[in-house]
Write a protein that binds this ligand. Structure first.
Ligand code: SF4
Ligand code: SF4
Length: 296
């Protein structure tokens, strides 16, 4: 039987998720719950309904075509039964603007790779390829490993973006198929990590070291989102930087942003970070205090 996984997007022509121009496959589901997560739709392993108010034109097509959701307007807000299980086929094409959508679909490895291979000519020119991201790709091990392995068979360049929260056997196997590994290390302190993400970081760091042991030649890029009130201090960032240096890995700081806030609203959830912001000035100050050139 064809191996399937649940994804929430395939993004073409990305230039921020590995070398060259890339096609990024976003796996749905993550074992962490980082409070600053910019992709809350990536967290649940199940498909989920989203409604983005500013894209709704009030046409009421959903009210008529999806009675099982009990769609109704309360003022200008669309209310519906979010817990109801509906198929993608049922929801697809109902909303003319995409304000109401079902996020998440089951796909086979072959279906994904056909879409990835359609961008082949861009990979050749830019030395790009496939990036498997999430959510957490290692949380769907059978699918992710089959995808990476088959991409390798087809000579497609392979990058994985991970938060590191997966079984050691999966990390070990994935490392064998990869050309580049992007690995998030958000906090050095395990207790603080648990407080802000819902889990300690012991397994995450073990997997980072394991990837290096299995593949001494692998390009590893440690990425640290700099989050106000969480890790926006020299002490924490230096600890992570030291880990990256010890591993011969690149290290990059990513500036906190609030672009995901409206997605929480779409999912009927509160944005957990409130109104916090990180100024460009403070971010640059931290960067120049940790690095000489910004990226090693
Ligand atoms: S690891 Fe990434 S995808 Fe998972 S909750 Fe954290 S920020 Fe979101
Ligand atoms: S179908 Fe879409 S645009 Fe029309 S009312 Fe429903 S959510 Fe709004």
């Amino acid at each position: 039987m064809a191996i399937k996984g649940t994804i929430f997007n395939i993004q073409h022509f990305s230039i921020n998720d590995g070398p060259g121009i890339r096609t990024v496959v976003f796996c749905k589901g993550c074992p962490l719950r980082c409070r600053w997560c910019a992709n809350p739709e990536s967290q649940s392993f199940s498909p989920e309904l989203s409604w983005i108010g500013k894209e709704c034109i009030g046409c009421r097509a959903c009210v008529e075509s999806l009675p099982e959701l009990s769609c109704r307007f309360e003022g200008e807000r669309l209310c519906f039964d979010r817990e109801k299980v509906v198929s993608l086929e049922k929801v697809d094409g109902v909303c003319p603007t995409g304000a109401l959508s079902l996020i998440g679909r089951r796909v086979t490895v072959d279906e994904v790779l056909s879409e990835v291979e359609a961008d082949q000519k861009f990979y050749e020119r830019s030395e790009g390829g496939l990036t498997v991201s999430g959510g957490e790709p290692m949380a769907q091990p059978e699918f992710t490993l089959a995808l990476l392995s088959e991409a390798k068979n087809r000579s497609i360049h392979r990058t994985m973006e991970t938060c590191g929260m997966g079984a050691s056997g999966v990390m070990e196997e994935a490392a064998k198929y990869l050309d580049v590994l992007y690995f998030d290390v958000k906090l050095h302190d395990p207790q603080k990590h648990k407080e802000w993400t819902g889990a300690g970081n012991e397994r995450i760091l073990d997997n980072l070291f394991l990837a290096r042991r299995v593949r001494p030649d692998l390009t590893i890029r440690v990425r640290t989102p700099v989050i106000p009130g969480v890790n926006d201090n020299e002490e924490e960032l230096r600890e992570i930087h030291r880990i990256a240096l010890d591993l011969g890995a690149e290290h990059e700081l990513l500036k906190y942003h609030r672009l995901g806030a409206s997605k929480y609203e779409g999912l009927g959830r509160d944005y957990p970070m409130g109104e916090v912001k990180l100024s460009e000035e403070r971010f640059q100050e931290l960067k120049s205090s940790i690095f000489v050139t910004g990226v090693l």
